[in-house]
Every structure is written in C-alpha cells, then in structure tokens.
Design a protein around this ligand. Structure first.
Ligand SMILES: [Zn+2]
Length: 339
C-alpha cells in the first residue's frame, strides 16, 4: 500500500470515530450485522425502478437481473444506500438545474436530452444512484474496494443532463473524497471504460488539477461533440480485445504515474461485440482482462477502487448482465471476499 493511501485511510478511520464528522459521511448504508457481517457490501438501487413507457430503449431490467445473478453467487451482502442529499448534489451541480429537476420543471428540451420522461420515480432513482456511489466511495476508503450496481452517469454536466444521465455520481463522490472534511484526499483519478466518452465528468473537472480523468471510447460514437479529458484514448469501430487492452495498459501506466490516491472505475460493458450502441468488438474474456488490469493495478499500488456500472445495451441482455457480473466477481477475486 502506498504511503498516501495509508495516510488517507487512517484519516478516514479517524473521521468515522469522530462524532462531529459522522453526519457528513454517506451514512445509513452499512452491511447488516448478521452472519454476512464480514461479506463485502454491494450497493444496489434496483428497488427504485424508473417508470418508462412501453418500448423505451433503456434496458431497465438489467439492474435487477445483475443483482439476482450476484445474489445467486452469494458472495456479496446487497445493501440499499440512502439517497444523496440536495447539498451533496450541489457540490457539483448548478443549484437552478437541481431545483428544476427535483420539481419537474426542466424544459422539454432538457428532458429530451436526458432521454427519460420526468417522473417522481426518476427523481428517487437518481438520488439513490448518487447515494450508492457515495457509499461505495466511503467503503473503498475503509476497505480498499467499494462497488455499486448503479451509477457511472458520466454524461451529466454541471447544469444539464444528457444520454440517460441526470446527475454525475462519480463527480459528486470524487468531490466527497477531495473534501478535507470528508475523504481528505488530494488526487483522485477516474478511469472511464464505457465505450462513450465521459464527457460530463471531463468538463466538470476540466480545470481541477486534483482530478485525472481518463476516458477510453469510440471515436465515432456518441457524444459526437467530445470534451477534453486529461487523457482521451479514441478507438476505431470494430476494435478487438488485444488492441483495446494494449491501449488501456499504456493509459493505466500514465494514470498511475500521476499517483492517484483513489480510482473511480466506470466499468461500462457496452464495448461488448453484441452491444447495440457500442460499435466495438470486445469479448467477455477481453472485458474480464480489462477489469483485472484496472483493479489489480489499484490493488498492487494500494489505491482504493470504487467500481460503478456504466452502459451496456447488449442483445441478448443476458450477455450484458454476465459482463457486468464478471466485473464484480473479478473485484472479489482481487480484493478478497471479506472486508
Ligand atoms: Zn456507454
């Protein structure tokens, strides 16, 4: 474990003991103290489903199927996180945008850009998803690894949503990590392996020297107007495993040289060959090797890892669910099944 990480986990432990700071932590999301007390928690939000019109192309079912697949494995303790508060959301997002979204007064154009019709269920789900990533971030600082079966909503900008993303959970949790009152870190990296550029995250942190944003994405894919991450790796349509992993290896080396004290891994699996929106040609084995490359680098360097979901729109959907489940299985293999 690197010196930086050891220092920061001591600081977090201290802040957990300190009653004054307890209220600032994403609380209410502890693993149940039963026989599974030593099992790692995995934060999930599929109890808050978004009501979508018949035929909507967003694969809402994948979240429940993914939880069920990992529950069948029996290695994680599934935990419903508390929703993020408005104050937490406003660490990143424009107050007028937050207000309009929470009260359903966004313009029709803003709603179209998000891609979901506004509903109370969308508000609840969105806040739960950000809360899940905050809880996973705290878990990672305490135990080296935290995961959430939601989040990775990387197309959300400071004052507008886009591409099925309302609020940027990774940006909110990165701010929590960097806040001296909370995580107390000085350098955080985002490794975004979704096939679509993490444009919202890139723009939010464009002028923030404390955050290293890395995005590997399809050059010709959405978003068509790219933002500037600290490092962008642009992939051609049809990119296969070996080329992808070679590019990722080089990019990870660069990110590690920067000595991040925590890494957010946006683990979208829409690079899978059968994905309807991905345009790459990765296999399940390639994605497993990708996950191992990112997470074992974190482990070897003593860098806490926060794993969020991301895109995945495969046909059949089961192929996407399997790829997502493999990410969380690989994480247990690397970080250990017990806390
Ligand atoms: Zn995507």
């Amino acid at each position: 474990m690197s010196r930086g990480a050891r220092v920061c986990s001591k600081r977090v432990r201290d802040s957990l003991i300190d009653g004054r700071n307890r209220e600032h932590l994403p609380a209410g999301s502890r693993a149940p103290q039963t026989e599974s007390a030593m099992r790692r928690p995995l934060f999930c939000c599929d109890h808050q489903e978004i009501e979508l019109p018949e035929g909507h192309r967003f694969p809402m079912a994948k979240y429940r199927l993914l939880r069920l697949a990992l529950e069948r494995d029996g290695q994680y303790a599934m935990v419903q996180p508390r929703p993020a508060t408005r104050e937490e959301i406003e660490w990143v997002h424009d107050a007028a945008y937050v207000e309009a979204f929470l009260h359903g007064t966004l313009s029709a154009q803003a709603i179209r850009r998000i891609g979901f019709p506004w509903s109370e269920s969308l508000v609840k789900r969105t806040l739960c998803s950000v809360g899940g990533t905050l809880a996973a971030a705290r878990e990672a600082l305490e135990t080296s690894y935290g995961g959430v079966l939601a989040g990775g909503t990387h197309h959300a900008f400071r004052a507008e949503g886009s591409g099925f993303c309302v609020f940027n959970d990774i940006a909110v949790a990165a701010k929590w990590m960097l806040d001296p009152k909370h995580g107390g870190l000085e350098r955080v990296a985002v490794v975004d392996c979704d096939v679509h550029q993490g444009d919202g995250t890139a723009q939010i942190f464009e002028d923030d020297a404390r955050v290293f944003t890395l995005s590997l994405h399809g050059r010709k894919n959405f978003p068509f107007r790219k933002q500037r991450s600290r490092m962008d790796i642009e992939l051609e349509d049809g990119t296969e495993d070996e080329e992808y992993l070679s590019d990722l290896g080089a990019a990870m080396d660069a990110a590690l040289t920067w000595k991040p004290q925590a890494i957010f891994f946006q683990s979208g699996v829409d690079g899978l060959a059968c994905d309807t929106l991905g345009r790459l040609a990765l296999t399940h084995d390639g994605l497993r090797r990708r996950d191992r490359m990112v997470l074992s680098a974190c482990r070897e360097h003593g860098i806490p890892a926060v794993v969020t979901l991301g895109g995945g729109y495969g046909r059949p959907l089961e192929a996407t669910v399997e790829a997502h489940a493999n990410t969380f299985r690989t994480a247990l293999d690397i970080f250990g099944e017990e806390r």
